[in-house]
Write a protein that binds this ligand. Structure first.
Ligand code: SF4
Length: 186
């Protein structure tokens, strides 16, 4: 059995805070990957990226940033723009980010991959898991289906957000989720 080397896809610092602290305390061998072409506006992307880097640095965890490619994301979700949150656009969005994570993991000797995409109560965890199942089968790489909402992770998450005063955004990430939260945003 090869030594564990886990790669976790993170969407943002507040969602990954509890998981990072928990795994770091357990002495697990893992790194965090940031691949979020879904985030609308470069400024917001940079803010979430910087916060996630700061969080990983605080716990001495490896951080990998893949290219910010919003055009690739918009092409992937073409035709699904009018879908509601938790609809087909989100499935596609999860799939493409997980696929990229799995490919990076395979290319860099990780033994399995996971994500915090379903950690927020606003998300449908089973929807994320279904996309992860498909990517895992396609890429032939194990996915860690741990339910990160449980096992004390939520308490740790709140603690870390407070300790590090992490930026906590009010919408998921894409332009459609941003408009959904604030109709006045252009
Ligand atoms: S609402 Fe979130 S998960 Fe759904 S498409 Fe937008 S960024 Fe992706």
């Amino acid at each position: 059995m090869p030594e564990e080397k886990l790669l976790i896809l993170s969407c943002c610092a507040p969602c990954s805070a509890g998981v990072i602290k928990k795994l770091a305390l357990q002495g697990r061998n893992f790194s965090v990957l940031f691949y979020n072409p879904n985030i609308d506006q470069a400024q917001e992307y940079q803010k979430r990226l910087d916060e996630n880097k700061r969080l990983c640095k605080a716990f001495g965890v490896g951080f990998i940033e893949l290219a910010y490619e919003p055009d690739v994301w918009h092409e992937a979700i073409q035709g699904l723009e009018g879908e509601p949150e938790r609809g087909k656009r989100c499935s596609k969005c999860f799939y493409m980010r997980l696929e990229r994570t799995a490919r990076y993991a395979k290319e860099h000797g990780f033994t399995h991959f996971s994500s915090v995409l379903g950690i927020s109560r606003h998300k449908d965890l089973e929807q994320v898991n279904e996309q992860a199942r498909q990517v895992s089968a396609q890429e032939e790489l194990l996915y860690d289906f741990t339910n990160w909402r449980k096992g004390g992770t939520e308490e740790l998450r709140r603690e870390v957000i407070k300790e590090l005063q992490l930026y906590n955004q009010t919408y998921c990430g894409c332009i459609f989720s941003r408009r959904g939260k604030n109709e006045k945003i252009a």
